[in-house]
Each structure stands twice: as structure tokens, then as C-alpha cells.
Design a protein around this ligand. Structure first.
Ligand code: NDP
Ligand code: PMR
Length: 365
């Protein structure tokens, strides 16, 4: 059996292996991660060189996540764990992107199920790979939905997937990041311009607005509470933008709570408008035709998937991007800069409240 088929079989086993997980509490048996020293390989001249880093990228089966996985894999310095809900799609995507089969492992993760998030953490730990960087990238965008749809636990799907699933994942994996001896450990949560009302793009209605978080507090279930964070009527486009505000607030709250103590770098970013990705798959056909040329020639905010992948890969591994608590963006020459978040997306009180409510919803408090 080739190494690849062995690994594929192993990955498949990981998907179905449910032992050691307490299904009721979701508690995962602690695993001792293999401590591969940060500086390990001795080169010919006797100097120690950096070992391969391991980066977990959620939603690496398409768009930005796939382009980032490819960019990282191509450096030869990273092993990418593609955390994806569709195992075969991810394998095919890696193959068609030309990724070397030694450079990645696919592990199943459905962010719309908290059990799946816990199972992913368990399965990842069983591989005994270290965790050096976690990239929370996956997202859904449902702009044409008339009615809300829900995650396994009954949270509105966009906020449930983009924010709550990632919130639980990041909280659980913080321990693993903290164990890593890699010189620069990072937790990256992808944000967006459209969640920032201090920009033109963020002022296109419906605007992001978390209000006083009353809908979130009620569980976003559309039954005894609204499916929207601010308690309003369902709007799929707004739910997505709200989820991006949550992503950016969460990154900053992680920074405030854990950066000093752990040294981990917490960042977010707006990679540019990648108008061709699967994110717009459920938008009306006319939008999908007009959106790329509109962004290319009118707003000039367009970036290719390849370029966006290089940008996110930079946030993962560039030695000059170690500052924590930053929301990165890129200028017209594709140079990174620290961008300003909107008032709401940088409100520390809202971030704290969001953190506390989210902890309760995902069963951490
Ligand atoms: P894509 O739709 O191409 O990629 C989204 C990824 O998320 C896919 O791999 C998808 O899996 C995965 N995903 C969706 N739901 C789940 C789930 N329940 N569990 C696990 N994975 C899931 O979109 P983009 O690449 O554009 O989006 C990536 C990130 O970039 C998002 O965070 C988005 O908000 C952000 N972004 C995108 C911009 C753009 O212009 N496109 C601009 C700014 C930010 P599958 O392949 O199975 O569908
Ligand atoms: Mg937007 C500089 C102007 C700019 C930029 C960078 C974006 C990015 N957009 C801009 C402007 C405008 N957009 C203007 C003036 C309009 C009105 C015509 C407009 C419209 C628009 C729509 C309908 N834009 C959109 C949509 C979407 O459905 C996309 C969206 O909101 O997804 C949540 C979108 C986007 N515009 C962007 C970016 C990056 C997106 C999508 C991706 C995202 O935020 O994740």
C-alpha cells in the first residue's frame, strides 16, 4: 500500500473513530502531543534549522482556504491539516491544486455541529502532530435565504458556523497551540471589510450590527428568540456580516485574555475581495456574473484566489507579521498594513459580552 493510500485510510478512520469522546459532555480525553522540538533538523553545516510547521486550516477545500493551503505547502516548510466537512472534495481539491501528497492531511470537521468540532479536536490530537498555527477560515454566506436554517445545535447557520463553531474550535485548540514549541505560534480568524462600517463596503445595506446581543443571548434559534444576534428579523446577508464582526471581536478578546500569558499571536485580516470563490454560490446568477468585473474595474478591490492565499500564508508564517491583536489588510501594491476596525468591531465591552455568551452557547461555561 502506498504512503498516500495509507494516510487516506488513516484519515478515513479518523472520521469514523468515535472512542474516547464522552458524547454527553463532549469531553475529550487529553492526549500528550509529541513534542517535536522547534529547532530540530541539523543541516550539513551543523546549524539547527526550523522543523516543518503544522497549520490547521478550516475550509481548505475551496477558495481562500485552498489557496492558502497550497501556498503554505509549496514552501516545503509547512504541513497543512485541511479541516473540511467534505472529505472527498478536500482530497480532490488538494490534488487538483497540485499539492504534494506529503504536504497535507485531511481531517473531517463540520463547523455546523459542535459534536463534530469536538470530534475533530480528538482526531487531530490522535495524529500526535503538534499544532503551530490555527487558521479559522471556513464560512457560509446565505444572502438569498428567505428563512433561517440552523446548525445541529439549533443556532442560525451563518453565525453558528462562522462564529460559534470556530469559537469552540479555537478555545479547545488553544491548549494545543500553547504546547507547541514552534517559535511563532499563531491563531488567525479571517474577518472582512463588509463587517466594518467604517468603510464604503461596510455601508452597503444590510449593515452589520450586533445591537445588545439579545438574539445571541436567546440562542439564535428562531423559536423563543430571534435568529439574528441583534434580535431583529432574519436577513442572511446581515447574519454573515454580523458573524464577521464576531470573528474580529473574538480575535481581539483572545489577544486581551491570552497573548501576554502564552505569547501566541492572535490576528485577523481582510484578504481583499476574492470575487470568484464559492462564497457566492447561493447568490443569484446575475450577481455571480457581475460581481467579479465590478470588483476588478470599479472598486478595484478584487484579488485572485492565488493572491489572497499568498496573503493569508504571509499572516501564517511571515516573520515580520508576529504582532498580536492586529487586523491586517493589503494596499494596492500588495503590501500588508495594520488596518483600523470599525467602532463596533473594536468595542472591548461587546467583545467581552460576546465571549461570555458564546462560552455558554457552546457548552464551555
Ligand atoms: P469558499 O466558499 O470558497 O470557502 C469556504 C470554505 O468553508 C469551504 O471550504 C467550505 O466547505 C467551508 N465550509 C462551509 N461550511 C462549513 C462547515 N459547516 N464546516 C466546515 N467547513 C465549512 O469561500 P471563501 O474562500 O471566499 O471564504 C473563505 C473565508 O474568506 C471566509 O471566512 C470569508 O468570510 C472570508 N472572506 C472572503 C472574501 C471574498 O471576497 N470571497 C472577502 C473577505 C473575507 P465546502 O468546500 O465543503 O463547501
Ligand atoms: Mg461590495 C471599495 C468598495 C468595495 C469593496 C472593497 C467591496 C468588497 N465592496 C465595495 C463596494 C460596493 N459593494 C458597492 C458600492 C456596492 C453597491 C453597488 C457593493 C455591493 C455589494 C454586494 C451586493 N458588495 C458585496 C455584495 C455582496 O453580496 C458581497 C457581500 O457583502 O458578501 C458578504 C459583497 C462584497 N463587497 C466586497 C466584498 C469583499 C464582498 C464580499 C465578501 C465578504 O465580505 O466576505
Amino acid at each position: 500500500m502506498s504512503e498516500k493510500s495509507l494516510r487516506s485510510s488513516f484519515s478515513f478512520l479518523l472520521i469514523i473513530d468515535c472512542d474516547n469522546v464522552n458524547q454527553r459532555t463532549g469531553a475529550v480525553r487529553a492526549q500528550t502531543a509529541v513534542t517535536t522540538p522547534g529547532l530540530s533538523r541539523a543541516s550539513a553545516d551543523g546549524k539547527k534549522t526550523l522543523r516543518k510547521g503544522t497549520a490547521v486550516v478550516t475550509g481548505a477545500s475551496s477558495g481562500l482556504g485552498l489557496a492558502t493551503a497550497k501556498a503554505l505547502a509549496e514552501t516545503g516548510k509547512w504541513h497543512v491539516v485541511m479541516a473540511c466537512r467534505d472529505f472527498l472534495k478536500a482530497e480532490r481539491a488538494a490534488k487538483s491544486a497540485g499539492m504534494n501528497k506529503e504536504s497535507y492531511t485531511v481531517i473531517h470537521l463540520d463547523l455546523a455541529s459542535l459534536d463534530s468540532v469536538r470530534q475533530f479536536v480528538h482526531n487531530f490530537r490522535r495524529t500526535e502532530m503538534p499544532l503551530d498555527v490555527l487558521v479559522c477560515n471556513a464560512a457560509v454566506y446565505l444572502p438569498t435565504a428567505k428563512e433561517p436554517t440552523f446548525t445541529a445545535e439549533g443556532f442560525e447557520l451563518s453565525v453558528g458556523t462562522n462564529h460559534l463553531g470556530h469559537f469552540l474550535l479555537a478555545r479547545l485548540l488553544l491548549e494545543d497551540l500553547n504546547k507547541s514549541d514552534y517559535p511563532s505560534r499563531r491563531l488567525i480568524i479571517v474577518g472582512s471589510i463588509t463587517g466594518n462600517t467604517n468603510t464604503l463596503a461596510g455601508n452597503v445595506p444590510p449593515k452589520a450590527d450586533l445591537g445588545d446581543l439579545r438574539g445571541l443571548m436567546g440562542g439564535l434559534n428562531g423559536l423563543n428568540s430571534s435568529s439574528m444576534i441583534n434580535g431583529g428579523a432574519f436577513d442572511g446577508a446581515k447574519a454573515y456580516k454580523d458573524s464577521k464582526v464576531c470573528n474580529m471581536l473574538t480575535m481581539q478578546e483572545f489577544h486581551r485574555r491570552f497573548h501576554e500569558e502564552t505569547g501566541i499571536t492572535f490576528t485577523s485580516l481582510y484578504p481583499g475581495c476574492i470575487a470568484t470563490t464559492g462564497l457566492f454560490r447561493s447568490h443569484i446568477p446575475l450577481f455571480r456574473i457581475l460581481f467579479p468585473p465590478f470588483q476588478k474595474y470599479i472598486t478595484k478591490g478584487y484579488v485572485s484566489e492565488e493572491e489572497s492565499g499568498k496573503r493569508l500564508a504571509q499572516v501564517v508564517s511571515d516573520p515580520s507579521l508576529t504582532k498580536s491583536g492586529v487586523y491586517w489588510s493589503w494596499n494596492k501594491n500588495s503590501a500588508s498594513f495594520e488596518n483600523q476596525l470599525s467602532e463596533e468591531a473594536s468595542d472591548p465591552e461587546k467583545a467581552r459580552k460576546l465571549w461570555e455568551i458564546s462560552e455558554k452557547l457552546v457548552g464551555l461555561a
